[in-house]
Ligand binder design. Structure first.
Ligand SMILES: C[S@@+](CC[C@H](N)C(=O)[O-])C[C@H]1O[C@@H](n2cnc3c(N)ncnc32)[C@H](O)[C@@H]1O
Length: 246
């Protein structure tokens, strides 16, 4: 029987090329919500650096690095790119990584600023995959998972593995669905492992991962989403949660 990781891999590889068009409305809404709440997220963003004329040009510019985990086509990176100096995406599937990188290339953004890699940080048997062990994959100011936790076998392990990639004081954030009824009718349903997350559940996961500092959970809105061609729309409430690495 296919493991959940294999199910995710085959489903999302196939879904990658149509993801942006199929979910364009939801993607754009969530990007807007993230940008509106950038102060709530609580990172000292790159744009906040004041241009001091007396600063010698040899002083390095402040860097703010984003890890966009389970990045898909790049929703979270698109939302936060204006406020960080580097976005690194990681996704399980080659299809999603290609979509992410093609979109950055098409906008003329160099790979040193925005680039995604294929990989899996939440394989219980492999704490640090060799391909993701370089220093560029550590010391992030913020790690975000956009709508990925409900597809993971072990979201609590994901929180721990992502916490390891943050610098002290760095922010772990998820964009997720609030608890809801299971909906069986869509293609991605086979990859869904969790029917949303309550505030208590997320708080516990974040605390156990060492990211319980200044924990916040915020409902950002309800929307109706059709998960498949010809499928009825189902209502989902989206929340953001954030915690700082202690
Ligand atoms: C619903 S999509 C979300 C994509 C994107 N973050 C967004 O908000 O639009 C879920 C993504 O999780 C990825 N994924 C699933 N399991 C994963 C794992 N173990 N590690 C990394 N990515 C994973 C899938 O390949 C897919 O791109």
């Amino acid at each position: 029987m296919a493991t959940n990781t294999e199910k995710n891999r085959s489903h999302w590889d196939e879904a990658a090329s149509t993801y942006n068009t199929k979910y364009s409305k939801t993607i754009n809404q969530i990007i807007k919500e993230i940008q509106t709440r950038k102060d709530w997220i609580g990172v000292d963003w790159a744009e906040d650096v004041s241009d001091d004329e007396n600063t010698s040009s040899s002083v390095p510019k402040k860097t703010v690095r984003l890890l966009d985990y389970a990045c898909g086509t790049g929703l979270v990176s698109r939302a936060l790119a204006p406020y960080v100096t580097q976005c690194i995406g990681i996704d399980l599937t080659e299809g999603m990584v290609n979509e992410y990188n093609t979109s950055a290339q098409n906008q003329g953004i160099p790979a040193t600023e925005i680039h995604a890699y294929q990989g899996n940080l939440i394989d219980p048997s492999q704490p640090t995959p060799a391909a993701l062990s370089g220093k560029e994959f550590f010391d992030f100011d913020i790690a975000v998972v956009g709508l990925g936790f409900h597809h993971f076998d072990q979201p609590a392990l994901a929180a721990k593995r992502l916490a390891e990639r943050l610098k002290q004081g760095g922010v772990l954030m998820i964009v997720e669905f609030m608890p809801h009824e299971h909906f069986h009718g869509h293609n991605a349903a086979k990859t869904v492992t969790h029917m949303g997350f309550s505030e208590e559940e997320v708080k516990k996961m974040f605390e156990e991962a060492g990211c319980g500092g200044d924990f916040r959970y915020l409902e950002v809105g309800k929307g109706k989403i059709a998960f498949g061609e010809g499928q009825d729309k189902v209502e989902r409430s989206v929340f953001f949660a954030r915690g700082s690495k202690l």
